[in-house]
Ligand binder design. Structure first.
Ligand code: PLP
Length: 398
């Protein structure tokens, strides 16, 4: 038998305690497999393996689901951001205000689109971009605002819409995490010039690889994004062969979506609402069990049904790294979203920021930890994770 060395005082895993990975979806895939398989057969029969009929079908269904006038399927959420910003008219040197606490692609996409990220701090309670800090970050070069909808709720869009109007700025949304999130009757990504979706496997609607989409109500932005994803070919649609002969109107890229991914997403979209409800149930179970545990600085606010979606369940604790190691030793996976604030990442060193510039973003990077949460997770798993967290902080089970 292999001997696993564990930190002192940790009890070795018993046979009944299977590891709880941070994310997996084997059961979801088994359950949906007949539908997925039928879609994959259609892809194989069709012979058009990217930017084909399944992609068009997914775009139609996402348009129905979100209410977006236009959905442009591309090969990742990151590409969706870059193409949205380019299609939305970002010009070289334009500043885009983004939060310092988010996934790095929020800001690198601005650079890829020719712009310059301008960082602002977050609200310490919600972790969303702070409208007052965003207002302070605006410079003479600022052209756009891009709040991010992080973790389980949307940024304060009425405040950002008002700020954009007052200062004559374009409002984009990094809504990569926000499928199923709504504010004032509008889906995330549709509160300004446009937004995106990421279908990275662990996202609320995840593919079996990379995929993403641009969401917009603006026909010009949609047409440019559709052309850019396909080498800049005008009128780029599933049946665009005649258009190829006219040549490329824009300097595009190859960011077509694979039909295999689209077929998986079409199948998974049928259980999205059920998955969102399951996520809410698990999030509520975590909050109930973790309320009052010493060492926990903050738990997520209650989810508002029909508005918020728990994409990841993030808590704030005093000693994040030691808790993460203790949970790892018990076979429980966790993740840190995000360990380094963007203004202190080496790739943005030229912007000249220092520690202390955005204290709430820096504190979030030190204290937040995401716990396992996905439709395949059981309530007994939540119990085990919470018992381990309590044991870490109090040395007792109850
Ligand atoms: C996941 C994510 C992205 C990037 O999406 P990919 O599909 O992984 O390229 C961008 N921004 C945020 C906030 C994300 O969570």
């Amino acid at each position: 038998m292999a001997v696993v060395s564990l930190p002192h005082k940790q009890i070795p895993l018993s046979r009944s305690q299977a590891p709880i990975p941070f994310f997996h979806q084997a059961a979801t895939f088994s359950r949906l497999w007949p539908v997925i398989e039928a879609g994959l057969h259609q892809v194989a029969d069709n012979g058009k393996y990217s930017h084909g009929a399944q992609v068009a079908e997914l775009e139609r269904r996402l348009s129905d689901y979100t209410g977006a006038a236009h959905v442009v399927g591309v090969n990742s959420g990151t590409d969706a951001l870059i193409l949205l910003l380019r299609a939305g008219g970002l010009a070289p040197g334009d500043g885009v205000v983004v939060p310092a606490f988010t996934f790095v692609a929020t800001a690198t996409s601005v650079v890829h689109a020719g712009g310059r990220p301008e960082f602002a701090d977050i609200d310490p309670v919600t972790h969303q971009l702070c409208p007052e800090s965003a207002a302070r970050a605006i410079t003479a070069r600022t052209r756009a605002l891009m709040p991010v909808h992080l973790f389980d709720r949307m940024a304060d869009m009425p405040a950002f819409a008002a700020l954009a109007r007052r200062r004559g700025l374009t409002l984009f949304e990094d809504s990569a995490e926000a499928i199923g999130m709504w504010q004032d009757g509008r889906h995330a990504g549709l509160h300004g010039a446009g937004g995106v979706l990421s279908f990275f496997p662990s996202k609320t609607l995840g593919a079996i690889g990379d995929a993403g989409a641009v969401l917009t109500d603006d026909p010009g932005t949609a047409a440019r994004a559709a052309a850019l994803r396909h080498h800049g070919r005008p009128g780029s649609t599933v049946d665009n062969f005649p258009a190829i002969r006219t040549g490329s109107a824009l300097v595009g890229v190859n960011s077509k979506m694979d039909d295999v991914q689209a077929a998986v997403l079409v199948a998974k979209l049928t259980s999205l609402e059920q998955d969102i409800a399951r996520r809410a149930e698990l999030a509520a179970a975590y909050t109930e069990r973790l309320t009052g545990v010493p060492g926990i600085r903050a738990l997520p606010g209650a989810l508002r049904p029909g508005r918020d979606v728990c994409y990841v369940y993030v808590i704030e604790v005093e000693d994040r790294d030691r808790l993460a190691s203790a949970l790892t030793a018990e076979g429980i996976g966790t993740e840190v979203y995000y360990p380094v604030p963007l203004h202190l990442q080496p790739c943005f060193a030229a912007l000249g920021h220092r520690p202390g510039d955005f204290p709430h973003a820096e504190a979030a990077c030190r204290h937040t930890i995401a716990l396992p949460l996905y439709p395949d997770l059981g309530l007994a798993d939540v119990d085990r994770v919470c018992a381990a967290i309590r044991r870490f902080h109090t040395g007792t089970e109850s």
